[in-house]
Design a protein around this ligand. Structure first.
Ligand code: AVJ
Length: 324
């Protein structure tokens, strides 16, 4: 039913869809089954993620807003005097709205993969800030940050890339570095990157944030099976899987898993099938957690250096300002 199909399906050429579909199927046929976390964010997944952000256990969103509100003037004083605000993975653009009302931004560029949601969100911004040139760019910047094509020749203003929400935490080091390096190529002398990341802390606190008491995150995790069913024509039953979130200290990441409750077969479409043994795992997401030093190393690996860092009082969450 198209109503709640993953939004980005509507705006992709068939060839691209085919590649993604086979990548999804291959991930589920691999020895260690996995599903790319981008499939979380269908209509239902976005509603569940918004609910996760309100959970007592899920501290990142609340702490990031506390840091932005507490240090707004301090952060703003470190930004170029007139700028274009490049909002990476802007979603509903609400986080940027809080900045645009006090920033000397001449242009806003919202970049996201979900086209029509992006258009609606940028239209709201356009109406709210008539003096700012607002652009919407549909791109998967994590794979093909073709900002040059996306921005064209609008490199007349120093860019501030805004990458909040610890979204960088979804990527292992190699992909995180290539993403950060592609941003660096657009910074020039005056451009900046304002990026946030979840910091390492008591594993129980981190695990609770991904396995809340009332089960919203469990629902968010199981919902990915419905997205896979729409994409592949597979017949996963979410209730045949159990949610688990564990902190892997050596890899410094939360791993979200779906665990088969009992032995059963799943039709993966196109003649492919897989038998899941009881206890067998599908990995759905990694969320990497950094110390400030480690995150500084990651940025350095992409040719970026840290200008400033701000954290909440307990040092649980970090906002970093970086330059080329
Ligand atoms: C949006 C990817 C940053 O990793 O914390 C929240 C997604 N997953 N609860 C994160 C998520 C489970 C979130 N990111």
């Amino acid at each position: 039913d198209g109503a709640d199909a993953p939004r980005e399906l509507f705006s992709k050429p068939a060839s691209r869809l085919g590649d993604e579909r086979s990548a999804l199927r291959n991930g589920l046929l691999a020895a260690e089954a996995s599903i790319d976390p981008k499939y979380f964010y269908d209509a239902q997944g976005c509603v569940l993620f918004s609910a996760i952000c309100e959970l007592a256990e899920y501290y990142p969103t609340r702490l990031e807003r506390h840091i932005f509100d507490t240090y707004r003037e301090d952060i703003q004083a470190c930004l170029p005097s007139n700028l274009q605000w490049i909002d990476l993975g802007c979603g509903d653009c609400l986080k940027s709205q809080r900045w645009l009302s006090t920033l000397p931004a001449q242009r806003y560029v919202g970049i996201d993969i979900a086209e029509e949601w992006l258009q609606q969100s940028v239209d709201v911004l356009r109406n709210r800030f008539p003096a700012i040139d607002c652009m919407a760019v549909t791109a998967d910047f994590t794979r093909d940050l073709s900002l040059q094509e996306a921005l064209g020749d609008v490199d007349d203003l120093p860019p501030v890339f805004f990458y909040p929400g610890s979204s960088i935490g979804n990527f292992a080091r190699p992909r995180a570095i290539s993403l950060l390096a592609s941003i660096r190529r657009h910074l020039g002398e005056h451009g900046r990157l304002l990026i946030s990341v979840d910091l390492r802390k008591d594993p129980q606190v981190m695990e609770a944030a991904y396995d809340d008491a009332i089960g919203v995150t469990a629902a968010f995790n199981k919902n990915i099976l419905r997205a896979a069913n729409r994409e592949l024509g597979s017949d996963f039953h979410p209730e045949h899987f159990e949610h688990r979130a564990i902190f892997d200290d050596a890899a410094s990441r939360i791993e979200m898993q779906l665990i088969a409750r009992h032995k059963h077969d799943v039709d993966l479409g196109e003649g492919a099938r897989r038998q899941f043994q009881a206890g067998e795992i599908i990995v759905t997401e990694h969320s990497y957690k950094y110390t400030p030093e480690h995150f500084g190393d990651l940025l350095a690996g992409a040719g970026l250096s840290v200008d400033r860092m701000w954290t909440d009082e307990r040092g649980w969450f970090g906002v970093f300002l970086a330059r080329a």
